[in-house]
Design a protein around this ligand. Structure first.
Ligand code: MG
Length: 203
């Protein structure tokens, strides 16, 4: 399976990164080895000094498809969860300045912690979901699906123009404002509509 991550899908986050608003979705991939599950601790990598959390809504692809029309996109996902797109911000900044790919900053081991809970979208008011990230008990990010620049359906249509989506693929849908650094000893907790989705420690 592959992990597809969307960049700059919330205007307030694009603004805090001093990035322009995209006119088309931006995406990149993480390998399956990026996943970190079951509340296992994340070990701070030695190659960065500025590791940032980015809490994101994650959609699970449930059917193989390519060139999916936006109106048919809802047939390709039915479950949602919450995860973190860990980013080595110092390496990413260097890659951006040099026009290099982002993999060393984004696709490293365990850079995609994810909840074990997948929630049926049909049980939710999907257009009005709220998700939150707490660091050491303090709320640091709040996201609303209503603030996404590109809807899930648009993202699926766009990404599937370039690559086949397969059952079990995960789509990280972008982070809202409030991204920031973590340190060894920090605890991260994610909530979706006030339900706890994950908690783990940085070691
Ligand atoms: Mg992200």
């Amino acid at each position: 399976m592959k992990i597809i991550c969307i960049g700059r899908n919330y205007a307030d986050h694009a603004k805090e990164m001093k990035s322009e608003l995209p006119t088309e979705p931006i995406f990149f991939l993480k390998p399956d080895t990026a996943l970190l599950k079951n509340g296992n601790p994340f070990f701070y990598p030695e190659f960065t000094k500025d590791l940032h959390y980015e809490c994101e809504l994650v959609v699970q692809i449930q059917k193989v498809g390519k060139n999916i029309a936006e109106k048919f996109a809802p047939k390709y996902y039915s479950k949602v969860t919450l995860g973190i797109d860990f980013t080595a911000r110092d390496l990413q900044q260097n890659c951006k300045e040099k026009g290099l790919p982002w993999e060393i900053a984004k696709a490293f081991e365990h850079s995609a912690p994810i909840s074990n809970k997948f929630i049926e979208i049909s049980s939710l008011d999907f257009e009005n979901l709220t998700f939150e990230l707490y660091k050491n008990g303090e709320k640091v990010q709040t996201g609303h699906t209503s603030d996404m620049i590109f809807s899930i359906d648009k993202l699926i249509a766009y990404v599937s123009k370039f690559m086949t989506l397969k059952t079990g693929d995960l789509l990280f849908t972008g982070t809202p404002a409030g991204v920031g650094p973590v340190q060894i000893g920090d605890k991260l907790e994610g909530f979706l509509n006030e339900e706890m989705m994950f908690e783990f420690n940085i070691r």
